[in-house]
Every structure is written in structure tokens, then in C-alpha cells.
Design a binder for this molecule. Structure first.
Ligand code: GYE
Length: 303
């Protein structure tokens, strides 16, 4: 039964099968992203094979291999880290299965290994965080920041650091400590506890996502300090719990990162499978929120 099913060759968009290798369920952002992908697949009549890699690259590689074996029409995945994908993506390419990167990018010399990358501009997000802090602290001559980094080697962790450091270069704002909290609430809490023990001069927390910021809030409160006042907090994502903490004054500023990529992903998948030309990069549009803006936006927030 070696019949590579090629029923999409006529450009018929419906009924395609997608293998989706998700990063995990590490954050509120990820949960909203998974829901968006599942719902969009249903709406588009796409049969979705979904796997959760629990933030481990080896699991994602296994999932992609199994999608190749199953001869899905298209593979989409959100690479947990940037490097180390060439071998498995070559296998997909040899099997003639197009690959779409969603949410996170890879770092590879060979950009023929994927059709398109749909996701946010993480460097711009980091820059927005840094620019807000510069404005906020104008006139203060030294500002000590601790950074809660995302998963080591992940595109959003690398880029959010880069954008932020670019924005604060040459100013009195300085990162005095930086460590990964793996994009989780418990990771953020643990790292923040250690930071609070090691430093008594922390002015600001810059967390690469809301969840780590929310974990840091717990650590700050447990240390008898007031988050948002004694220590200012900047995060990225703008999921509901983050927005609530922002509205409550415990977070000071959030840079939005939109997880609702499902519909755009299905649209790109249908076009790629139909052999249409698609842009190599599709950037998701985003905004930022102050405490007042969070209070206004919260009632209509979907996630
Ligand atoms: O910011 C974080 C999640 O890749 C953009 O991953 C995504 C990031 C998001 O765990 O909350």
C-alpha cells in the first residue's frame, strides 16, 4: 500500500491532514495558542494530529518523524529551541512534506527547510519593554534590572533579551542578573527567590513572559515587598492572568505577544499544500499595555 496519498494536487483545500508538534503546555500563552490551533483546524476542516513535546526537543523530533512516516500533507511546529533541526527537516523535505514554522523560528543556514515562518517579532517585543523602562525611569541615574529569561536557546528568549539590551544600551539601566525560568510560573518564582537572596538593590524585574512574572510576584510578596511599587515588573504576552495583575497594579507594563495564530496557520497550510507561493515570513501584529489600558481591555480579552 505504498500510495503516497496526493489528493490535494488539484488545489482542493479541504480535508488536508496536518501534523502539529507543539512545544508543551508551559504557559497561559501556550494554552491559548493550542486552543487557537485546534479550533482553527476544525473550522477549516483540517485533520489535526497534535503532539505535546513537554518542552523537549527530542520529543518534538520524534513527533515530526512520526508525521513524516504517516505521510501527513503538511507539518507545522513551534521549535522549542532554535538549533538542531536540519536533519529531521531534511527528512520531511525528502518525503515532500512542506513544513511551516509557527510562533518560534529556527536558526539554520538552509531556509529551504521550511516554507514560511508565522510568528511575532520577538526582538521588537524586547525593545518595546526596554523603551518603556527608559521612559519610566527618566532622571533616575541607576536602575538595577533582574531578567527572568525564557527557555535557554529558544527564539523568544534570545530575541527578547537582544531587543531589551539594545534599547537600554548606554543608559543608566543595567541588567545585574539574568537566569532562565523556562517560561513557567514555578521557574519564575524559584529564580526570583534566589535573586532576592543575592541582591538587595533590585529595582525592576524584566520577565520574558507573564507566567514567570506572576511567579516573581509570589516571591516578592513572600519577601515582604510590594510588587509594582518596591519592585517594578515588566512582562511579555498579555494573557488574562498577566493582564489582571497589571490592572491590579502588581505588574507595571506588558508587551503583547498574540497567541491566536490558528486561522492564519490553517490558511497558510492550505495555500502551501495547493502549491501557491506564500511569503517566507508572516509577522503577527501586536501592541503594549499600561495598567490603565489593561483595565480597559480586560473585559473583552479572549484569553
Ligand atoms: O511568550 C511564552 C511561551 O514562544 C512566544 O512561549 C512564545 C512564548 C511565550 O511559553 O509564554
Amino acid at each position: 500500500a505504498a500510495c503516497g496519498s496526493d489528493d490535494s494536487a488539484g488545489g482542493e483545500p479541504d480535508g488536508l491532514t496536518m501534523g502539529f508538534a507543539q512545544v508543551g503546555a508551559e504557559s497561559g500563552w501556550r494554552t491559548a495558542n493550542t486552543k487557537s490551533v485546534r479550533e482553527a483546524a476544525q473550522r477549516a476542516g483540517v485533520e489535526l494530529k497534535f503532539s505535546d513535546a513537554q518542552q523537549k526537543q527530542e520529543n518534538q523530533i520524534k513527533a515530526i518523524r512520526s508525521y513524516v512516516q504517516q505521510r501527513v500533507d503538511v507539518i507545522a511546529f513551534s521549535p522549542v529551541v532554535e538549533t538542531g533541526w536540519d536533519t529531521v527537516l531534511l527528512e520531511a523535505q525528502r518525503a515532500d512534506i512542506p513544513v511551516i514554522l509557527t510562533d518560534r523560528a529556527i536558526d539554520s543556514e538552509d531556509d529551504s527547510l521550511y516554507e514560511t515562518f508565522l510568528g511575532s517579532d520577538f526582538v521588537a517585543e524586547g525593545r518595546k519593554a526596554g523603551e518603556w523602562l527608559l521612559q519610566e525611569t527618566e532622571g533616575e541615574d541607576s536602575v538595577a534590572v533582574v531578567e527572568l529569561e525564557g527557555t535557554t536557546g529558544a527564539a523568544p528568549a534570545i530575541d527578547r533579551h537582544t531587543g531589551f539590551t539594545e534599547a537600554i544600551a548606554g543608559s543608566g539601566v543595567e541588567i545585574i542578573a539574568s537566569q532562565t525560568g523556562d517560561f513557567t510560573r514555578s521557574g519564575g518564582k524559584q529564580v526570583m527567590e534566589a535573586f532576592l537572596k543575592a541582591h538587595d538593590d533590585i529595582d525592576v524585574v524584566y520577565a520574558h513572559n507573564d507566567d514567570m512574572g506572576l511567579g516573581a510576584i509570589e516571591a516578592i510578596e513572600a519577601a515582604g515587598l510590594t510588587p509594582g511599587e518596591d519592585i517594578r515588573i515588566i512582562t511579555v504576552d498579555a494573557v488574562r492572568d498577566g493582564m489582571q495583575a497589571l490592572a491590579d497594579g502588581k505588574i507595571n507594563f506588558i508587551v503583547e505577544c498574540n497567541p491566536l495564530l490558528g486561522d492564519q496557520l490553517m490558511d497558510l497550510a492550505e495555500r502551501v499544500v495547493a502549491g501557491e507561493e506564500v511569503p517566507k515570513r508572516v509577522v503577527v501584529e501586536e501592541t503594549t499595555f499600561t495598567q490603565e489600558e489593561a483595565r480597559q481591555a480586560l473585559p473583552d480579552r479572549q484569553y
